[in-house]
Design a protein around this ligand. Sequence first.
Ligand code: MIC
Ligand code: SF4
Length: 691
Amino acid sequence: MQGTLTEKILAAHVVDGELETGEEIGIRIDQTLTQDATGTTAFLLFEAMGVPRVRTEMSVSYVDHNMSQFGPENHNDHLYLQSVAAKVGAYHSRPGNGICHQVHLERFAAPGRTLLGSDSHTPTAGGIGALAIGAGGLDVSVAMGGGAFYLTSPAVVAVELQGRLSDWVTPKDIILKLLSIMTTRGNVGAVVEYCGEGVASLSVPARATCTNMGAELGVTTSVFPSDEATQAFLAAQERTEQFTALSADADAEYDRITKRLDAEQDAAVIENIRRHCPDAEISEPDDGMVSVSFSRVVIDLSDVVPMAAAPSSPGNVVTITDLAGTKVDQVLIGSCTNSSLRDLMLCAAVLKGRKVHPRVELGIAPGSRQVLKMLVDNGSLGDMVAAGARILECGCGPCIGQGFSPGDGRLSLRTFNRNFAGRSGTKGDKTYLVSPEVAVAAALTGEITDPRKLSAEYPQIQQVEKFLIDDGMITPPLPPDESAKVKIIRGPTIVKPPAGEPLPEKIDGVTVIKVGEKITTDHIMPAGTLLKLRSNVPEYAKHVFAPLNEPGEPTFAERATSVKQAGRCGVIVAGDSYGQGSSREHAALCPMYLGVRVVIAKTIERIHQANLVNFAILPLSFEQAGDYDRIDAGDQLIIENVAEVVGSAETVTVRNTTKDFNFTCRVNLSARQREILAAGGLLNYTRQANQ
Ligand code: MIC
Ligand code: SF4
């Protein structure tokens, strides 16, 4: 990573360890971001740590997810967050002010700074040249208290952009194109660094669409250089003084990432790698699998065409031409990926003077109050309303299953970043992810339409010279003497999260569930209408793996509880990419509450693996992927000498006493993670370190 932009920012922030790819490092965090769905737990854990005041340059607490306020829980959360921010010296962005990533980009993110956020789309701020990383809430609490954030020194991959996008083709199509090359798998521990002459043609919000949805690649983060476009954006936000120019050296060295792909099933991906990665090395198939490695992806923007991610993964990328003519029932525009002023003005300009197709319901959620107020002032909102759009408040809304669930069998087209099965709130949903251009075209025609075929001029929306600045809904930190007088408001639904416990000397385990490949945190800990339970772990835990429960059968929570009551440990067995998607630590915290102490998977995604360790659950990976097939739910699994395993072992023998065989697992833990597990989780570890 020598000479890369990532290396430069990391080098300026490293406080522990050596900056060498694959090594664990601790970095200083300048800014933190939390949102209400993860923030209540993050602040409750921050309180439990006993640090009186945040020690970062700035910590901002946003309310944007839990906005529906059915029942008292959401408002209780909002009041808790507002009062605790005032108590501990954090900024507080009030409900209605906008989605955390959009507002942070507008008002706070700055080039060269480090940002840690308790939300997996925190890398959005990479669009302005910040090194922005998503993590579990407890990691963010530690950073708020001035502690370093630990990560694996990344492998930095270059994504070189050449040329310019054609009319009606957008940054969303760039990131979808990149997903068709890099996929959602095998990129753990990498950072995507954009470079090349094509970068200059993209504004900061356009870049932020790419870095936002970079989260779906499973990388640590994505980052753009800071240049004239960055300066123009900061000036338009009246933040010129926060500009610094930043870029990689001309002779920067990028790192290779290596992954294994299925020669048959992944044939299209392998072809894309061949076409777009000039230094690709692709092995001959062995047992049907090929090994591929590359350090550079080249995308000519003038070749990019309108794309979509088909159900039910952001990695199922197809072209709009393949889908043209498919009937559409719902179109939703917004989310932290595509709700900037430019995106919504574009939609308004296309809708102006036209009517939404009779079959289609169109919902639009502006990303922030700044965007909404400017749409009001320049007349765009009127054009949307006149066309028949339903306007939602500034927040996550339908992206996290809060409303607008599609009807049974109905096709939903969304400008969002995730289309995991059931995330919309409807079982068996058919959601496609597209650009605002494609979305608005379908809203008018009632079917998936290549926007280049619309009989409309492409509206040329230039970035404004001055955004409307009104931070009236962001409460700045109080001075310490005033903070001291604040009383934290704790409604009855705010329940202190349970602390972790050290692992027992011997794991006498029972496989409570065996799940398949690509299980996301939306499967483990569904959000939607259950979001309101985030600050009440005992209640929320009743819904662990709810989408996988069989009707009439005992639920996961019931099975895990009876294992726990029998004095035994719960074990989860999983396939590849376990814990994809969101940063929600409840996907570890709630299983821990139910007595789960071990997860054995083929592979575990970065943020989720860290969350498991933070809540004292032992993450293991199968040495032989085939052993996964030999285990069933209900099997008894024994691990002896747990202290030794946690202390230093690189592999461990697990005994399946039900099927009478032994198998080997890898213990992929850093020295620090081993100490955290030995202490019974990160909260205990931090408390001990602070004593
Ligand atoms: C998401 O997009 O899945 C969320 C909801 O924003 C999550 C955070 C959460 O679960 O609260 C994320 O991306 O980390
Ligand atoms: Fe909110 Fe959706 Fe963005 Fe997550 S992905 S922060 S739910 S808008």
